[in-house]
Design a protein around this ligand. Structure first.
Ligand SMILES: [Zn+2]
Length: 113
């Protein structure tokens, strides 16, 4: 039996392999080769950051609180309001839920998990 290079899997396949492990029907599961391959798959998933529950993107709105409202985190005025999008990933199908928060750059960075 040969093992496919984990680097060739799409993200979803990689997560599927990891999340369904151990597969009781898989006769190879106790062999050192399989375990080594699984470790490789996990390392590859980690490298692609697939385990991170959230993904953030931060950008300046180019405006202040008079235009965009006070910081949603601390409630104070901001001379430059930033918007931070948070993407949350669900399950192996990779459906994402997106939410946006407006505020100071430092406040938005502070609420990241
Ligand atoms: Zn703030």
């Amino acid at each position: 039996m040969t093992f496919v290079d984990p680097k060739t899997f799409p993200d979803d396949d990689l997560l599927h392999i990891i999340e369904t492990n151990p597969n009781p029907a898989h006769i190879m599961r106790y062999t050192p080769q399989y375990q080594a391959w699984l470790q490789d798959c996990m390392a590859e998933a980690k490298e692609r950051n697939l385990f991170a529950p959230y993904r953030y993107t931060l950008r300046s709105t180019g405006g202040n609180s008079r235009k965009y409202g006070h910081c949603e985190v601390c409630g104070e005025y901001a001379s430059e309001v930033f918007s931070q999008a948070k993407e949350e990933r669900f399950g192996i199908n990779g459906e994402t839920f997106r939410s946006t928060t407006f505020g100071h750059k430092k406040c938005l960075l502070k609420i990241r998990k």
